[in-house]
Design a protein around this ligand. Structure first.
Ligand code: NAP
Length: 183
């Protein structure tokens, strides 16, 4: 049984092709809603109190007009906030740890979801992530944005849930803290 309660965890959450891409060439994302929409994961959404999102992901989602997933307040990590304000999100320019702490406070005891290849990889490297949740979709994309950029290195994970529903296989892993990692 999946742990779907929002208990203040930091969760890297993404849909992924079978060959390990989270976006296709040119940041193509249309392959995801063909198999998975927010309506398929109400329990995950309900367990989520806030989202920490990389600027790259924010720009792609904005371009798509994506509004159906409500994971609470969104914090966008960037070195340079845009000139044009966006009242629907909060831009953060602080360090990574402070950004995670700020977004966690906003989550109010529910989970914090981390979105974006780059930002999620930095959080993983820094030991700030408790869990990875991956929706594996039945498609091979061949190219695009990988699960993580090069340089993340090896992290051994603890699998604790694997379920499938319709076309989607959902995998959950606990992420050991750096001091507990074997390499
Ligand atoms: N399949 C899925 O479920 C899923 C989920 C999420 C995202 N995606 C896809 O992943 C792609 C985006 O990934 P991405 O690699 O571009 O990464 P990203 O993590 O979304 O964004 C990277 C950007 O975040 C900012 N940033 C990163 N680290 C920072 C730090 N420590 N301090 C301040 N700002 C920081 C920088 O923006 P500035 O240059 O503005 O400073 C950087 O260029 C998109 O195609 C998106 O659609 C897919």
């Amino acid at each position: 049984m999946s742990d779907t309660s929002g208990t203040g965890k930091v969760v890297v959450n993404r849909a992924m092709s079978l060959d390990g891409f989270i976006a296709g060439p040119g940041h193509a994302m249309g392959w995801i809603p063909e198999h998975l929409t927010a309506a398929d994961v109400p329990e995950v959404m309900a367990a989520t109190g806030a989202m920490l999102v990389g600027r790259g992901t924010y720009e792609v989602a904005r371009g798509m007009g994506q509004k159906d997933y409500d994971g609470g307040p969104q914090f966008i990590l960037t070195h340079r906030p845009p000139d044009e304000p966006d009242p629907s999100v909060t831009f953060l320019t602080c360090g990574l740890e402070e950004a995670v702490a700020t977004a966690r406070r906003a989550a109010g005891g529910a989970n914090l979801e981390v979105l974006g290849a780059d930002v999620a990889a930095q959080c993983l490297k820094a030991g700030l992530v408790d869990e990875i949740l991956v929706y594996v979709l039945p498609v091979i994309l061949g190219d695009g944005v990988r699960f993580a950029p090069p340089g993340l290195g090896r992290i051994d994970l603890e699998p604790y849930s694997s379920t499938s529903s319709g076309n989607v296989t959902t995998l959950r892993f606990r992420v050991p803290k750096p001091a507990q990692r074997s390499s």
